[in-house]
Design a protein around this ligand. Structure first.
Ligand SMILES: O=C(O)CCC(=O)C(=O)O
Length: 324
């Protein structure tokens, strides 16, 4: 059933523009104009083009492609920018813009690692209000150093005016209240799209404005067909947490970005972007190379089988036959 949001005026609007203390107190913060007009004007058509390609030929079905889809991941996948290296460079420059990295440093208060880029957009199917949640976090987040700032954060930059994100300020600092539990958890999540979340605020952004929010503040998006939503999201995790996650679980859907190994991947980017992503590449290179080495082994075997006309390697071998 379609559930539309409340009239906008009923939800108070949030204005917390302090990515330091304010972020720690509220679990989110707004940085006005983190991207200037030129950057927004450059990114918007790139995002439109990638979205159009993704609708036709997505490079992944995670998140699932379909009428309810409202975001896509890895805008910086070079497969979305074939023949347009300058577009890829623009996406990478925006992702590692000094203004973004400064705000993230202020908010988290310790070194972080880039996690991923995403694009949020309107679904073409049934319009829905999003569900209230805290992001799933692994056992590594059970660390006092993450109780206030979380283990990572999202930076959502509006490319068109947006009021699609809602948060419950301060909800990162405590357990769920009964009312929040009723909405977020109870009845198998049947109430998750409720428009009665106590204390919720809606965040109004003009193009270029950013919202930083941590993954333990209660939040949700809005997935209506109108007004248009085009929000560029960059995710970061604390370096300490990222190291622990990598050691425990290896690569995951966020960190599996082997395209950074391509020698020309950072071509055309600003020197500071190149520096930032060279460090990022060094962080994950061993894991990506390990995976690539495995794939090359099998690739070479397949090539050999093909070249020698022995295309089927599963037939019993003579020696095995004799052993039986
Ligand atoms: O902005 C949205 O639509 C929701 C974002 C969200 O839930 C998240 O990043 O965890």
């Amino acid at each position: 059933m379609t559930q539309m949001t409340e009239p906008r005026t009923e939800t108070p609007h949030a204005i917390n523009t302090d990515p330091g203390e304010g972020y720690r107190r509220n679990g989110y913060s707004v940085v006005r104009g983190i991207f200037d007009r030129d950057r927004v004007a450059r990114l918007l058509p790139i995002c439109e083009r990638v979205l159009a390609q993704w609708r036709e030929r997505p490079l992944s079905d995670n998140p699932p492609v379909g009428p309810l889809a409202n975001y896509l991941r890895h805008l910086n996948n070079p497969g979305y920018h074939r023949g347009r290296p300058e577009d890829l460079a623009a996406v990478l420059d925006a992702t590692a813009a000094p203004e973004v990295l400064d705000a993230v440093d202020q908010a988290l208060g310790e070194p972080s690692v880039f996690t991923s880029t995403s694009l949020y957009f309107n679904p073409i199917g049934e319009p829905l209000d999003g569900f209230w949640h805290k992001d799933a976090i692994g056992p590594e987040a059970d660390d006092q150093r993450d109780y206030i700032t979380g283990s990572g954060l999202q930076v959502q930059v509006a490319l068109v005016p947006s009021e699609d994100l809602q948060v419950v300020p301060g909800s990162h600092l405590r357990e769920l209240t009964d009312a929040e539990r009723h909405i977020c958890v109870d009845d198998d999540g049947a109430n998750r799209r409720s428009n009665d979340m106590p204390g919720a605020v809606r965040i109004a952004c003009e193009p270029g404005d950013a919202v930083l929010f941590n993954q333990i503040v209660i939040h949700r998006g809005r997935y209506h067909r109108e007004p248009p939503r085009r929000t560029f999201m960059i995710s970061f995790r604390k370096r300490r947490v990222t190291e622990a996650t990598l050691a425990r679980r290896g690569l995951d859907q966020y960190s599996d970005q082997p395209w950074f190994l391509a020698p020309d991947y950072l071509n055309g980017t600003a020197p500071e972007t190149r520096r930032y992503f060279s460090d990022y590449t060094a962080f994950y290179a061993a894991q990506w190379r390990g995976r690539l080495a495995e794939m090359l082994k099998y690739h070479h075997l397949i090539q050999h089988l093909h070249d020698t006309g022995n295309a089927y390697p599963f037939a019993p071998r003579e020696s095995a036959d004799r052993a039986e």
